[in-house]
Design a protein around this ligand. Structure first.
Ligand SMILES: [Zn+2]
Length: 309
C-alpha cells in the first residue's frame, strides 16, 4: 500500500515536470498577461542630465533616450528629424522648462502624440536671476537649476510622479529608487563640501552663465562670464574689461566647457596667466563624468585642483 502511494506520487512528479518543460514553448495566459504589462516605459529626455535622473528612478522599468548628447549645447541645439519620431513613440517627455529648451515646443507640436505626458522638472524650484543682465529667452530666471544637487531632489520628485502616473503598479519600486538616489546624492554633496573646506580662493570666471546655482551651493564667486549669451560673440570691450579684471584681482581660474568653443577661454588665459579649467554642465562630455553625480564630483575636483595653494 505504502509502495503504491510512493509510485503515484512519483508519477505525479514526473507529470508536473513534463508540464513545466512544455510551458516555455506554450506560454500560459498568465505569462502572456505579465509580459504585456512589462515592457519598459518609453521616456524622452531633452538632455543627458534628465536622462540620467529618469534612469536612477526608473532603472529597468524605463527605456530612456536623450535628444541632445553630452557634447551639444542646450542653447544652440538644432533638432534632428528623428527627434519627432522619438517623441511620437514616447509615453513621457522630461524637460527643464523655463525657456531653456526653446526648440522643444515645435517638436512636441509636430509629433502630435496625444498620450504623451510632459514632465517639467523646474516647477517649484526657487530661481536665481540670470547672471548677466540681458534680455533673452531666460527672462523667467536662470534655467541651469540642475547644477545644484538640492534642486535635483525636487526635479527627481517630478520624474517619480510622472512614472507613477503611467505605471502606478510599481509605486514602491520607484519610491525606493528615489529614496536611495537622494541618499547617495546627499553623501556626494557632503564629501564635496569637506573637500572644499581648505580652499580659500574660490573666485572664477566662467565660460557661459551656467554656474550660479553651482557657485551658490559650493561657495564659489563668479566674477564674470566670457559669453554672456551663447550663440552671440562677446564684444571686444567685454573681453578687454574681463582681462583687466582678471589681472588686477588675480583671478586664477578661467572655466572652459566641452560644449562650447575653447578659443576665448584659451585667449584670456594667455593674456592673463590664469589657468583654463574644463568644467562640464552636462554629463557624458568628458570621461569620468558620465552620470549626474560623477559630473558634479568631477567639476568640484577640477576646481579644487586648480585653486588649492
Ligand atoms: Zn546653459
Amino acid at each position: 500500500m505504502i509502495l503504491h502511494r510512493k509510485k503515484t506520487a512519483l508519477r505525479l512528479l514526473v507529470l508536473a515536470s513534463l508540464l513545466l518543460e512544455i510551458e516555455p514553448g506554450m506560454p500560459s495566459a498568465r505569462a502572456l498577461e505579465s509580459a504585456g504589462s512589462n515592457p519598459p516605459i518609453k521616456v524622452v529626455a531633452t538632455f543627458p542630465v534628465l536622462k540620467d535622473l529618469v534612469q536612477q528612478v526608473g532603472r529597468d522599468r524605463v527605456a530612456v533616450t536623450s535628444l541632445l548628447n553630452g557634447l551639444e549645447s542646450e542653447h544652440t541645439y538644432t533638432p534632428k528629424p528623428t527627434d519627432i519620431i522619438s517623441i511620437q513613440e514616447a509615453q513621457m517627455l522630461v524637460q527643464i522648462g523655463l525657456g531653456l529648451e526653446v526648440w522643444v515646443q515645435a517638436l512636441i507640436k509636430n509629433a502630435d502624440n496625444r498620450r504623451l505626458l510632459i514632465v517639467t522638472t523646474s516647477t517649484g524650484v526657487a530661481l536665481l536671476k540670470n547672471q548677466e543682465n540681458h534680455n533673452d529667452s531666460h527672462s523667467l530666471g536662470d534655467p541651469h537649476i540642475w547644477l545644484d544637487p538640492e534642486n535635483v531632489k525636487r526635479m527627481l520628485r517630478h520624474i517619480t510622479e510622472g512614472l507613477l502616473k503611467i505605471d502606478p503598479a510599481h509605486q514602491d519600486y520607484y519610491l525606493r529608487n528615489q529614496t536611495e538616489y537622494i541618499k547617495d546624492l546627499d553623501a556626494t554633496q557632503q564629501r564635496l563640501l569637506i573637500k572644499l573646506r581648505p580652499l580659500r580662493n574660490k573666485q572664477i570666471v566662467t565660460h557661459h552663465a551656467a554656474w550660479s546655482y553651482f557657485a551658490r551651493r559650493f561657495g564659489f564667486t563668479i566674477r564674470g562670464s566670457i559669453t554672456p549669451q551663447v550663440g552671440t560673440e562677446p564684444s571686444a570691450k567685454h573681453l578687454f574689461d574681463l582681462i583687466r579684471m582678471i589681472k588686477t584681482e588675480k583671478i586664477r581660474v578661467i572655466v572652459s566647457e566641452p560644449q562650447l568653443n575653447p578659443k576665448l577661454p584659451q585667449m584670456l588665459a594667455q593674456e592673463t596667466g590664469a589657468a583654463v579649467v574644463v568644467l562640464t554642465p552636462i554629463p557624458g562630455a568628458v570621461p569620468g563624468a558620465e552620470t549626474y553625480r560623477s559630473m558634479i564630483e568631477y567639476d568640484v575636483d577640477q576646481l579644487v585642483n586648480a585653486l588649492q595653494d
